[in-house]
Design a protein. Structure first.
Length: 739
C-alpha cells in the first residue's frame, strides 16, 4: 500500500507526501518488485535536502585549485615579475637591449576539483533519474504526466547546472556518467572522501551522505522481523490515515481512467458522475480530518470519507447545522477480525452524529477473506429505533495488490455502486403540512407541548409536518404561527425561495377570509417583485377553487359564467381559455361570499381578474414569431412589464407592432363603427389595473367601490367602452396572424 501510495501521491497530491511518508526506524521491505516505488520515494523525499541545504552551502564555499604558473608576458606585465629569469632571457635573446618581455608568476583559479565534479555528476544523475520516472509516468498517465512534480526536480537541476562555476564542468562530467572517461563515479567519490579533513562535517561530506542515502533508503516494513534501520514509510499509528488516503487517491486514478478528472493537483474534494443513463448523478467525495456534526456540543466524528450528492441540500438554523441531505460514509481500517465489531459500532455512532443513514466499513484485510480472493460485501442492518429505522452498514474489502491496479479499482467501483444505490434520487424539500381536523386538534392540544409551553394558542393552528426528504418515518407536530417558515429546526423550507406557510382548506367564509389574509405578502409595496406577485396570485386562485370545491359551488360554475355574460361578456366569454373562464367565475362567486360576510377587502377577486387578463396577453404575445422569454425582464410579458417593454425595449416592441399590423383590429364597439382603440392605447389602460393588482397582493385592503370600478374597466366599460379584457379578446383573437 505504501508503494502504490507513493506513486499516487506524486501523481495527484505531492503536497501531502511529507505528512504521510518520512524517514523512520523500521525493517526494510526487500521485495525487488518494490524497487521502482522505492526509487520514486527516495528521489522526491531527498530533493529538499539537496536543493535547499547542501547545494547553497557548496556554492557559497565552492572548492577550487590555484597553482602557480610561470608565464612570458608583454609589457606591462600583470603577474609578479621574476627578475632573474627575465634578465637571463634578455641577455640570451637580445644582448645589450632592454627586455621586451617579462617572466612572471601567476595563480590561475579553476574549479575542476573532485568535489565539484561530484556535485555536477550528482545533478546529472538526479536529473536523469527524474526524467526516466517521467517517461514511465507518461506511458501510464499520458498527458497528465505533464503536471508531474518531478518536472520541478528536472528544472531545479537545470538551474544548478547553469551556475557559472559548474557549467564548465558539465561536458567532463557527462563523460564520467556515460563511462567514457578514465575514472568512474566510484573513483570520484573515493577521491572526495580521501581529500576531506578528518572529522569534517561540511557540505561535501553531506553530499556524500546524501548519495549514500539515495541509494540505500527503502520502504519500511513495520511488521517484518528484520534488522532495524532508517527507512522511508508511514507512522505505524497512522495506518488508517494512510489507508484512507490511498482509497481516496485510488478513486482519483479511477476517475482519470474514466476521463472525469481534470488536469491539476487533487485537493480534499473529488467531483465525479456515477450511474448509467437517466440514473447518472453527480457526487462529491470528501477526504477530511472530521465531518461536521449536527450536535452542538457532542463528540467529534471520526475521520472518514463522505460521498455526497453534488450540491446536496443543507438546512441550517442560523449557523447551526439542522439537517444535511444524507450521503454515504466510508470508515476505512487496515485490520480485520476482532476490530470489525468495534469499527461498526463507531461508524453507527458517527452516522448518528452526522445525520447519515448509510455507510460502509472498508478493510484492507476484511473478516471472512480467503486466500482465493477478497471477501464478498455484506450488509449489517442497524435497528436504531424511531430515529432512523432504515440505517444500515455495509462491509467491503478493498486491498492493494502489488502490480495490479485493476483489482482494487474494481472493488472501488463496487463500493461506489453501493453508495450510488444507497443515496438514490434527490428528494426535494417542500412543505407537506397537513392540518389536524377539529376533533383531533382539540384532543391533541394536551400533547402539543414543547419546552414546557403549548405549541399553539388554539387547536386550529396545529398541523402535522411530514418530512419525506429525511424519511417516511419522520413527522413533526408544529404550529403554523410559531414554526412554519420561521423556525428552521422544525420547518426546513424556512428561508428558501418561494417558501410559504401552508393554507388550511376553508370550509366557511370566516375560514376563507382568515386564510386569504395569511396569503398576502407582508413586504412594503415598493419591495414586492413580479415573482412574489405571481406566487400570491397562484395561491389565491388555488384557495378560492378549494373553497368552492368544499362548498359544492365548483359544480355550479355555469351559473356564475352566465352572470358574467349578463355583466357584459356575452360576446367574449367563450373566447377565454377554460382556466380563464373558471377563474372569472370564481371571482364572481368570491364577491358574493364577501358581500354576504360584509367584508371590507376585495383584493382576492381583483387578483383573479388581473391574472385572467395577464394570461390572455401572455398567450398572444408569446405566440408572435421571433418573440422569446428572454425579451422580457421576468421571462414573460407580465401586466407590469408590458409597458416597460414599449418604453425600454424598442426593438422588441417593433416586432410586436409589426405582427399586430395584421392581427389587431381595434373596432371593438359594435354600435360605433368609427370607434377604434390602438394597441398602444390598450397598453396604457392597463396602468390602473396593474396598480390595483400590486395593492391586492399586499395587506392593504381594496375597497368594494374601487373593485366595482375596476371590474367595469376590465369587463364591460371604461375608456375602451367594452372593457380592456373584452377589447383584447375582440381586437386580437387567439391564433390571428399577419396574413
Amino acid at each position: 500500500m505504501q508503494a502504490r501510495l507513493v506513486e499516487l501521491l506524486l501523481r495527484y497530491d505531492a503536497a501531502r507526501f511529507a505528512s504521510l511518508i518520512s524517514e523512520r526506524e523500521g525493517g526494510p521491505l526487500g521485495d525487488p518488485r518494490l524497487e521502482p516505488y522505492r526509487r520514486l520515494a527516495a528521489l522526491w523525499h531527498l530533493r529538499g535536502e539537496l536543493f535547499e541545504g547542501i547545494l547553497p552551502l557548496i556554492k557559497r564555499r565552492l572548492s577550487f585549485v590555484a597553482p602557480r604558473e610561470l608565464l612570458s608576458e608583454g609589457l606591462p606585465p600583470r603577474g609578479r615579475v621574476d627578475w632573474p629569469r627575465t634578465l637571463a632571457a634578455g641577455l640570451r635573446d637580445a644582448p645589450g637591449e632592454a627586455p621586451l618581455e617579462a617572466r612572471t608568476r601567476q595563480r590561475r583559479r579553476h574549479f575542476a576539483t573532485p568535489e565539484n565534479l561530484l556535485v555536477v555528476v550528482t545533478l546529472l544523475e538526479y536529473r536523469a533519474a527524474a526524467e526516466r520516472a517521467l517517461e514511465t509516468e507518461a506511458a501510464q498517465a499520458g498527458l497528465a504526466a505533464l503536471r508531474h512534480p518531478f518536472h520541478e526536480i528536472v528544472d531545479a537541476c537545470g538551474r544548478e547546472l547553469a551556475f557559472p562555476q559548474l557549467a564548465g564542468l558539465v561536458g567532463q562530467c557527462e563523460r564520467i556518467v556515460g563511462g567514457d572517461a578514465e575514472g568512474t563515479i566510484e573513483d570520484l567519490e573515493q577521491a572526495v572522501a580521501e581529500q576531506l579533513p578528518p572529522g569534517s562535517s561540511g557540505a561535501y561530506e553531506d553530499l556524500l551522505a546524501w548519495r549514500r542515502r539515495l541509494a540505500a533508503l527503502t520502504l519500511v516494513a513495520h511488521y517484518l522481523p528484520q534488522e532495524r534501520r532508517y527507512t522511508l514509510g508511514s507512522d505505524p499509528g497512522s495506518d488508517d490515515l494512510l489507508y484512507r488516503t490511498w482509497l481516496f487517491l485510488e478513486v482519483a486514478d479511477l476517475l482519470r481512467l474514466r476521463g472525469q478528472l481534470p488536469p491539476g493537483a487533487v485537493s480534499d474534494t473529488l467531483h465525479l458522475a456515477w450511474g448509467e443513463g437517466a440514473g447518472r448523478r453527480a457526487y462529491v467525495l470528501r477526504l477530511g480530518p472530521a465531518l461536521e456534526s449536527r450536535w452542538a456540543s457532542g463528540p467529534a466524528p471520526q475521520p472518514a470519507l463522505l460521498i455526497a450528492r453534488e450540491g446536496c441540500a443543507v438546512v441550517r438554523d442560523r449557523e447551526a447545522l439542522v439537517w444535511r441531505e444524507p450521503g454515504f460514509v466510508v470508515a476505512a481500517h487496515i485490520g480485520a477480525g476482532s476490530t470489525l465489531g468495534d469499527a461498526t459500532r463507531r461508524l453507527l455512532g458517527d452516522m448518528a452524529l452526522l445525520g447519515e443513514r448509510r455507510g460502509a466499513v472498508v478493510f484492507a484485510v476484511a473478516a471472512g477473506a480467503t486466500e482465493g480472493g477478497p471477501a464478498a460485501p455484506y450488509q449489517i442492518a442497524a435497528n436504531l429505533g424511531a430515529s432512523d429505522p432504515d440505517a444500515a452498514v455495509l462491509v467491503h474489502q478493498v486491498a492493494p495488490v502489488l502490480g495490479d491496479t485493476r483489482g482494487p479499482q474494481a472493488a472501488l467501483e463496487q463500493l461506489l455502486d453501493a453508495a450510488h444505490a444507497a443515496i438514490g434520487p434527490a428528494v426535494s424539500i417542500a412543505c407537506h403540512g397537513v392540518f389536524l381536523d377539529e376533533v383531533s386538534a382539540t384532543e391533541g392540544q394536551a400533547l402539543a407541548v414543547r419546552d414546557g409551553a403549548p405549541l399553539a394558542a388554539e387547536p386550529g393552528d396545529l398541523l402535522v409536518c411530514p418530512k419525506p426528504h429525511i424519511g417516511p418515518w419522520r413527522v413533526d407536530l408544529v404550529s403554523r404561527s410559531r414554526h412554519c417558515c420561521q423556525d428552521a429546526r422544525l420547518c426546513h423550507i424556512t428561508g428558501r425561495p418561494g417558501a410559504r406557510r401552508p393554507v388550511r382548506p376553508p370550509r366557511t367564509t370566516e375560514d376563507l377570509l382568515r386564510e386569504l389574509d395569511a396569503l398576502f405578502e407582508r413586504r412594503a409595496p415598493d419591495a414586492i417583485d413580479e415573482a412574489a406577485i405571481d406566487a400570491v396570485g397562484r395561491r389565491v386562485e388555488a384557495l378560492t377553487r378549494r373553497f368552492a370545491e368544499l362548498s359544492g359551488a365548483l359544480a355550479l360554475m355555469d351559473v356564475y359564467e352566465q352572470r358574467l355574460r349578463d355583466m357584459g361578456m356575452a360576446r367574449t366569454l367563450d373566447r377565454l381559455a377554460p382556466e380563464g373562464r373558471e377563474s372569472l367565475a370564481l371571482a364572481v362567486y368570491l364577491v358574493e361570499k364577501l358581500d354576504a360576510a360584509q367584508a371590507t377587502d376585495f383584493s382576492a377577486p381583483m387578483i383573479h381578474i388581473a391574472r385572467v387578463l395577464e394570461r390572455e396577453i401572455q398567450r398572444r404575445v408569446m405566440a408572435i414569431p421571433g418573440i422569446a422569454p428572454a425579451d422580457f425582464p421576468h421571462g414573460k410579458p407580465t401586466l407590469g412589464a408590458l409597458d416597460g417593454t414599449r418604453r425600454k425595449r424598442p426593438e422588441v416592441w417593433a416586432r410586436i407592432e409589426a405582427h399586430l399590423a395584421g392581427a389587431w383590429d381595434g373596432r371593438v364597439d359594435d354600435a360605433d363603427e368609427v370607434f377604434n382603440i390602438p394597441f398602444d392605447s390598450f397598453v396604457k389602460q392597463l396602468h390602473p389595473i396593474v396598480n390595483a393588482r400590486n395593492q391586492a397582493a399586499h395587506t392593504t385592503p381594496l375597497a368594494r367601490e374601487r373593485y366595482s370600478r375596476l371590474f367595469g374597466d376590465v369587463c364591460h366599460g371604461g375608456a375602451s367602452r367594452v372593457g380592456v379584457l373584452n377589447a383584447l379578446l375582440l381586437a386580437w383573437p387567439a391564433g390571428a396572424s399577419d396574413e
